[in-house]
Design a binder for this molecule. Structure first.
Ligand code: ATP
Length: 230
């Protein structure tokens, strides 16, 4: 369980998050929605240990990990897939997987990657930077998955991808959650995110404007009020 508790955070003198409390329970998919600039990416950065709250706390399984450096949070099972993917463009697909997997697990990892995303299996020796955006995103997700994370922080994984690829990627996200990991998902693709999510937070100007199940959003004009503008 990952929790942000009454978090205030920002960059230098710029305050971005105000009193944000958010829970990501095990095995659940939590969507974080909001207009551009609402602070969604900053929430993920706090959760990954990249931005330290000015007040409030970050908890992993009840332990206060506020201020812990990012690599120690990785050891706690928190895995961050930043916007813009996070693959090594000048390494091949195979090499990208090798640098992330446990020694001795290489063959098993290649097989898993090829069975989840067959296109990766066919492109093992291709430089990651020369693949399409969707293929790079699949590789980034596989790199996250093979770390056997407890919580995956995903920033706009569907950005710029064709709908059919988005479907394939979202199916894989379901599989990850079904395996017991929890996902915190920042998405522009609101309808898809709501189909997938068990719980939704809507951020508006750095504050939680709505927290509830996707069904509770029906009939609300929260989208009109909060998603069009920061
Ligand atoms: P988007 O959908 O546009 O990525 P977002 O909801 O993810 O938006 P953030 O990226 O968290 O929002 O940004 C929230 C605010 O923090 C914005 O006003 C942004 O300009 C500011 N901000 C983000 N990163 C930095 C930074 N490194 N330094 C200073 N200000 C920043």
């Amino acid at each position: 369980m990952l929790t942000l508790h009454e978090v205030h955070a920002g960059y230098g003198g710029t305050r971005v998050l105000h009193d944000v409390t958010l829970h990501v329970p095990p095995g659940s998919i939590v969507a974080l929605l909001g207009a551009n600039g609402a602070g969604k990416t900053t929430v993920l950065r706090v959760a990954a240990g990249l931005v330290r709250p000015t007040s409030g706390a970050l908890l992993v399984d009840g332990e206060d990990v506020t201020g812990w450096p990012p690599h120690t949070l990785v050891d706690q099972g928190v895995c961050h897939v930043p916007e813009g993917r996070g693959v090594f463009p000048s390494l091949t697909v195979r090499e990208n997987l090798v640098v992330q997997c446990k020694r001795g697990d290489e063959e098993k990892t290649f097989e898993a990657a090829a069975s989840v995303f067959p296109v990766l299996g066919r492109r093992m020796d291709q430089l990651a930077g020369t693949m399409s955006g969707g293929e790079q995103q699949m590789l980034a997700l596989m790199r996250a998955y093979i770390q056997n994370p407890k919580t995956v922080l995903l920033d706009e994984v569907s950005m710029g991808l064709a709908p059919i690829i988005v479907d394939e990627i979202f199916d894989f996200l379901r599989t990850i959650a079904a395996g017991g990991a929890s996902l915190l998902l920042v998405e522009q693709y609101v309808t898809k995110a709501l189909e997938l999510a068990d719980f939704v937070y809507l951020l508006h100007k750095g504050r939680v404007a709505f927290a509830g199940e996707p069904g509770e959003l029906d009939g609300e004009d929260l989208f009109a009020r909060y998603l069009g503008h920061a």
